[in-house]
Design a binder for this molecule. Sequence first.
Ligand code: SIN
Length: 313
Amino acid sequence: MQNVNSTVVVLGTGGTIAGTSPPGADERNYRAAQLSVAALLEAVPGLPAGLVCEQVAQVDSKDMGHAVWLQLAQRVSVHLASSQVGGVVVTHGTDTLEETAFFLQRVLAPAKPVVFTAAMRPATAAEPDGPGNLRDAVALAADASAHGVLVVMGGVVFGPRDVRKAHPTRLDAFSSGSAGPLGQLRDGKVSWRREVPREVALGLDWLPANPSDWPRVDLVVSHAGVDGALVDALCGIGTRGIVAVGTGNGTLHEALEAALLRAQSKGVAVRRATRCRDGAMVPRSSDPFPDVGDLTPAKARIELMLELMRSTG
Ligand code: SIN
């Protein structure tokens, strides 16, 4: 169903979708985040009239930071509050798209759709994938059956909790593992494969206005030969939380676990995640640190940061 009277707002943040390479150069040697979101829209024929666009940031998403997250969440929130707006599209780099999408879902859990899209090939490629993805994202953001933060890539619709970049170069680089995609877009029409969960928003107003005041939360990885030096160093620089990325069901090298127990005894919040790519962790009563369920380590880091802000806010 199309929301024909509703404006779709397209917010640009950079990424390969806005990337360019010099004429004749190997398209793998491009620079991300070069073209404006207005230029991206101009390259997509047949988009509905009345689209509004705004450049919120212009970054290669490997360099994404909390300040852009906050600014983006605020701009999305302002646009969604308008009765004229039916949905928002966010163009983003593929590398950390899943983190930004998860953060926005946790703080906004919007009733209207906020659709992230991206590209694996730069805009100047012989066959760029960005224009098709952007067309799909605009169609999904205008669809009255859509809600919440969604990700659309290559005609597949993913949820913000499950989605991850699963391949470094393939066009179909995104996956939601055993959870499976939420739906599919064909010729601008969405078919849902499963119900999109409705979640409760944490809100935005309580977040510290200066992201440098957000608690520091770090990731450490358990691997053969690891010791506790990194954890001890993180305690020395005032980390507030550590997500320990364990093996299998979150098991940790004994040397790392000993350091994490020392950190926990000093008040650092410790969580266990898994290096495994798929599936949810199963809690065990003997584990000294709570597990993060089905969250990837990067999303578990966001969740712990929000938890720490809520408990001190
Ligand atoms: C980025 O994440 O900004 C660069 C890589 C990409 O968008 O595919």
